[in-house]
Design a protein around this ligand. Structure first.
Ligand SMILES: *Cc1c(COP(=O)(O)O)cnc(C)c1O
Length: 354
């Protein structure tokens, strides 16, 4: 740290992304990426690079129109960002009031709250690690919840979210739907009714574009106008030409999208059942990952032993979930490998203990 850093950042604890080995032999199941490549139609857009000498469309209009078509929204209800992380940052920057979110959720929420000097409070999950929606009724501040919630995978229904919206009319309710396409219900239809709702989605998971950095906010047009004000005050060209184009194609290629997410959901159900057969507790998940634990092996040790066998999963050194690891759902053959290696690890462990 230099002597020039602003005092208010001295104690800021930055977000630690999951490990991203760039060239390796790992089966990479630690950051919830899609194991399948993006829609092959995107490959036809490579010529865009020739136009990199000119700035991209700051409005990303073609992408926004495609999203509007997909969800039946108006253009003015949508903004795109450099990943949904950027959208989330803009939200914490833009709105007054305390933020409330679960104690176990996406690790970036408290970091943004600190970075933008927002007050916040963490609301404990139920003992089964689901969100108790009643805890957020009349809470008197802004709410941000993942639906499904990471790293657990549990989801709330629309009626529960509606209750949170109804009882917090004068505060923002952010629903982070990074994983919604893997089996939960989107809140987008509630936007018409609630001027305090912001739905945040990403192209990084269900649309196989983590490397392109595309996220979106959908909300009443007044809220979108606020977020655009922030965007145009910081980074008007937040999406590059290639990403605008790739995003448009990804949202239009519904057939490919449905094929890939259905495959992942099917693999998730299969993998969950097989893990249970190996004696693991597998928390019910509507996302492209499962949180698992076993009495036979501690979370940290399971993570390390998998890593030793070239399988990368995520372990959180955090109260209440340190016994668990989060495993992203990859291709069928990758999950077969995890099952095989897990069985091996348990066997080795039982031999060591004799
Ligand atoms: C992955 C993830 C994000 C970030 O997505 P990007 O669009 O890649 O920035 C946001 N929220 C949650 C809950 C996530 O899991």
């Amino acid at each position: 740290m230099s002597r020039f850093l602003k005092d208010r950042f001295l104690h800021l604890e930055a977000y630690t992304p999951g490990e991203q080995p760039q060239e390796s032999e790992y089966i990479k199941l630690n950051t919830n990426e899609n194991p399948y490549p993006p829609s092959p139609l995107i490959l036809g857009e490579a010529d865009i690079i020739k136009a990199f000498n000119k700035y991209p469309d700051p409005e990303a209009s073609t992408l926004i129109m495609a999203i509007a078509d997909y969800y039946g929204l108006n253009y003015s209800n949508i903004m795109v960002g450099n990943g949904s992380d950027e959208i989330l940052a803009f939200i914490f920057m833009a709105f007054d009031g305390k933020f409330y979110f679960p104690d176990i959720t996406y690790g970036f929420y408290p970091v943004y709250a600190d970075a933008f000097m927002c007050e916040y409070e963490e609301i404990p999950l139920n003992t089964d690690l689901t969100i108790c929606s009643q805890d957020y009724a009349n809470i008197g501040g802004n709410v941000i919840i993942g639906n499904p919630n990471s790293p657990v995978g549990s989801d709330l229904g629309l009626s529960q979210i509606k209750e949170i919206l109804l009882t917090n009319r004068d505060h923002i309710v952010v629903v982070d739907e990074a994983y919604v396409d893997f089996g939960a219900e989107t809140c987008v239809p509630l936007i018409e009714e609630f001027d305090n709702l912001i739905v945040v989605q990403t192209f990084s998971k269900s649309r196989s574009l983590a490397g392109a950095r595309i996220g979106m906010a959908m909300a009443a047009q007044e809220l979108i106008a606020d977020l655009k004000k922030i965007k145009y005050s910081i980074n008007p060209y937040n999406l590059d030409k290639m990403s605008i184009s790739a995003g448009k194609i990804a949202i239009e290629d519904v057939e490919y999208f449905n094929m890939s997410r259905n495959r992942i959901m099917k693999t998730r159900e299969y993998f969950s059942e097989e893990m249970k057969k190996l004696g693991f507790e597998v928390l019910p998940s509507k996302a492209n990952f499962v949180l698992v634990r076993s009495d036979k092996i501690k979370g940290m040790e399971y993570y390390l032993r998998l890593k030793g066998k070239n399988i990368l999963v995520r372990h959180f050194e955090k109260e209440r979930i340190s016994d668990y690891v989060r495993i992203t759902i990859g291709r069928e053959e990758e999950m077969e490998k995890v099952l095989e290696v897990t069985e091996e690890i348990l066997l080795e462990k039982s031999k060591e203990e004799i």
